[in-house]
Design a protein around this ligand. Structure first.
Ligand SMILES: Cc1cc2ncn([C@H]3O[C@H](COP(=O)(O)O)[C@@H](O)[C@H]3O)c2cc1C
Ligand SMILES: O=C(O)c1cccnc1
Length: 338
């Protein structure tokens, strides 16, 4: 879709979220009851098929075209020594994505996902959000729109991910501002900082929350003040996907943090989203609870890049294979429960 030209357009979209097609969902649920298995025996696979049916608006949902979009941004907050890696790794990893050498290249291939890599002004890091808003309103709208642009017509599923050295600190700040709690509730090791690094991250998040305390607690202001370009892009992609009724698989802590400011105001924003996994980043479990999402996998992953969500795509494909491919009791001549 074309994007969000104004803050009012973004807020209007968030205020008018479409819902599932109830008839398609009911038809899918009824089909599940007729398939040759004890009712409910495929557990969450049944719910996933019904979820896809509702959002795609057809009793037999399919994933012919699925995309993983990885947004990349740089962060002024890295000046505080909040990452185990230097900020130039962001642009280096984007080159690695483009050459096909990153984890997400391998995992997208395994999951049957086309990969869209979207670098966002990498030569212009966001401002240090302990002393200024990370972005001005135009920069934030541009990032939201870059996210919306990946929602092309004809997508059956959208998988989201991010790359941005320092962004686990922005993610913690977004969660703290969106959902409250102390910095300690949301800060974790990210790429693997030591205890002193975690202490620095907590101080940075506390300072950011205090600096922006008087600003309006709106989704847009929170994204713009303590987020980053790749994070705002994920928020824009989630909202645009919702407007197009495209189901979404979210990735780890940082990816999910993009939705936190939106969900703090409008809990229904995650209705078209699955959480691909629960990351090892300690704040992710707490965040998933606040978003009302039950992760499909918990593999101890803590990479980002959409990697956990890409792995979870196989679960969603399996759910649809069973839903569409199994025979009903009548078709197979199998006796139903008495
Ligand atoms: C080589 C490399 C590849 C990555 N891919 C994702 N991340 C992950 O680590 C970063 C967040 O952690 P922090 O806030 O500690 O910088 C993000 O770029 C995230 O996507 C990576 C990090 C590195 C070093
Ligand atoms: O949860 C994640 O996705 C994550 C955790 C640490 C570093 N990068 C990403």
């Amino acid at each position: 879709m074309t994007g969000f030209a104004t803050v009012a357009a973004f807020e209007a979209a968030l205020g008018a979220l479409p819902a599932i097609d109830p008839d398609a969902a009911a038809a899918a649920r009824a089909r599940q009851a007729r398939l040759t298995k004890p009712a409910g025996s495929l557990g969450r696979l049944e719910d996933i098929a019904v979820f896809l049916a509702g959002w795609q608006g057809r009793a037999l949902p399919a994933i012919d075209r699925a995309r993983v979009a990885i947004f990349a941004g740089n962060h002024g907050v890295t000046a505080h020594g909040v990452s185990a890696f230097p900020p130039e790794v962001t642009v280096q990893m984007v080159a690695n994505f483009e050459r096909g050498g990153a984890a997400i290249n391998a995992l997208a291939g395994a999951a049957g996902l086309e990969l869209a890599v979207v670098p966002l002004d990498l030569d212009r890091p966001t401002a240090d959000f302990t002393i200024a808003p990370a972005m001005d309103a135009y920069e934030c709208l541009a990032a939201l729109s870059a996210g919306a642009a990946v929602v092309e017509p004809g997508l059956d599923l959208l998988v989201l991910g991010e790359m941005g050295i320092g962004n686990s600190t922005a993610a913690a700040a977004l969660c703290a501002r969106g959902f409250g709690g102390s910095a300690a509730d949301w800060v974790g090791p990210g790429t693997g900082v030591d205890d002193a690094g975690i202490a620095r991250k907590r101080v940075v998040v506390d300072r950011a929350i205090a600096f922006h305390a008087a600003a309006p607690l709106t989704p847009f202001e929170t994204l713009r003040r303590v987020g980053g370009r790749e994070i705002a892009a994920i928020a824009g992609a989630v909202l645009a996907a919702r407007m197009a009724r495209v189901p979404v698989i979210l990735d780890g802590f940082i990816c999910c943090s993009a939705v936190a400011p939106l969900a703090a105001m409008t809990g229904a924003i995650t209705d078209h989203c699955l959480a691909g996994h629960c990351s090892a980043e300690p704040g992710h479990r707490r965040l998933l609870d606040r978003l009302g999402l039950d992760p499909l996998l918990a593999l101890g992953m803590r990479l980002g890049e959409g990697s956990g969500a890409a792995v979870a795509t196989a679960i969603v494909r399996a759910a649809l294979a069973a839903h569409g491919g199994m025979a009903t009791f009548a078709e197979a001549g199998v006796s139903d429960a008495g």
